[in-house]
Design a protein around this ligand. Structure first.
Ligand SMILES: CC(C)(COP(=O)(O)OP(=O)(O)OC[C@H]1O[C@@H](n2cnc3c(N)ncnc32)[C@H](O)[C@@H]1OP(=O)(O)O)[C@@H](O)C(=O)NCCC(=O)NCCS
Length: 143
């Protein structure tokens, strides 16, 4: 069993570790704190006795954008990613947002399938989006 709650500053090391192990792009501790301060309610963690996953986003007055979503490798395929995405979506709706977008590596088939299963569709492609030159799909969903 796990619960979903808002990120706290002391979570930053655990979130950093999961991000480092799960995401190809590398981010600094400061970046996580900046993202949190820009929209605290849009940064959620999944917790058992420790942090097992997180989602972080940004927003404007109409839409949200998922910046990162990752679940500890050992616990994937057990509904944690879905729970984080669902809670994030509820938060967006509560704030009156109308859509959610995100970028995902074109090679990340599992994540693309995950997002399609959650109602997202590919709307465009960004060439050389990532540091290693890989392209991104932009995915989008009305909420
Ligand atoms: C994408 C990601 C966040 C999904 O999290 P998750 O906790 O595994 O997601 P869920 O368990 O809620 O759903 C995973 C889906 O894949 C299926 N699946 C089966 N085995 C799986 C496995 N070993 N790993 C992942 N997914 C698996 C599940 O059945 C589920 O499909 P369903 O909803 O149709 O049943 C996670 O795989 C991850 O952290 N990936 C690496 C980072 C990443 O790619 N992030 C997204 C880029 S922005």
């Amino acid at each position: 069993m796990f619960l979903i709650r808002e990120f706290r500053e002391e979570d930053v090391y655990d979130v950093f570790r999961i991000s480092y192990e799960s995401l190809t792009e590398k981010y600094s501790l400061e970046l996580f704190l900046d993202i949190y301060h820009s929209w605290p309610a849009g940064f959620l963690v999944a917790v058992t006795s420790e942090i097992i996953g997180f989602i972080a986003g940004t927003r404007d007055n109409k839409s949200a954008r998922i910046l990162m979503l990752a679940v500890d490798k050992k616990i994937r395929g057990k509904g944690v990613g879905s729970a984080l995405l669902n809670r994030f979506t509820i938060q967006c709706k509560t704030e009156g947002l109308k859509s959610i977008s995100l970028e995902v590596r074109v090679s990340n088939k599992r994540a693309i399938e995950f997002y399609v299963n959650h109602g997202f569709q590919i709307i465009s492609m960004l060439e050389k989006y990532y540091t290693n030159g890989e392209a991104a799909y932009v995915m989008w969903k009305m909420i």
